[in-house]
Design a binder for this molecule. Sequence first.
Ligand SMILES: [Zn+2]
Ligand SMILES: [Zn+2]
Length: 240
Amino acid sequence: MIAGRCLVCGGKLIDHVNSIEVRCEKCNKITRTNIVCENNHYLCDRCAHEEVLSKINKMVPVMTSANPIDIGEELMMKCGISGNSPHVIVTAAFLTAIKNLNGSVTDDEVLEGIFRATEIPGGWCGYYGACGAGIALGTAFSIIKKATPMSDTERSFANEVTSGALKCVAELGGPRCCASSVRRVLSYGVEIAKEELGIEFPKAESDLTDCWTRKFNPDCKGIKCIYNPIHKTDKNLEMA
Ligand SMILES: [Zn+2]
Ligand SMILES: [Zn+2]
């Protein structure tokens, strides 16, 4: 799995304060970006997430779990993380869990969620002050509530969900880790679904206190991360 590294050469990604003009290594599209690798490679969002997205699209319809966190972990583990794919994983995981739980979300609505979340660009957490994983949870709730820009309470609710999810991501601190954002945002979504919609998901089977992605992320926050196993030990000690 490649996460937080260049998909062309495996080099470290460099996040520049100011954007520069670049050409996508795969499709030759010329655009501007703030993120290139240490060897100046750039892949546009579409080329960066192409492979992961095609795996997500194949996996999601046949998944049977009814817990968003478990689905999110499985998608990250089996499909990988690249470009803006964590955003798609949040929306797809949340909607698929409800579909599998009570059938109130349809296959078409899951596809609608994937379509919308694919449009949320990578790197927005730091450059626009709005983590794409947080927006992706708002997207899932917008679909559940069938909100449009013309809606009243449905539109407000979706925005409130995004706002709460963004606060959760902000509290994680930096540097960004897309896996921890996906986990935190989905956990928040589970709480909100219970409080506001009366949707109770089955207990997650995934052990979030033993992060497996830290081995792949060169920018891992280490013990600062709430999903680092060191905190599991703390909890065990407290309970002893
Ligand atoms: Zn590179
Ligand atoms: Zn491209």
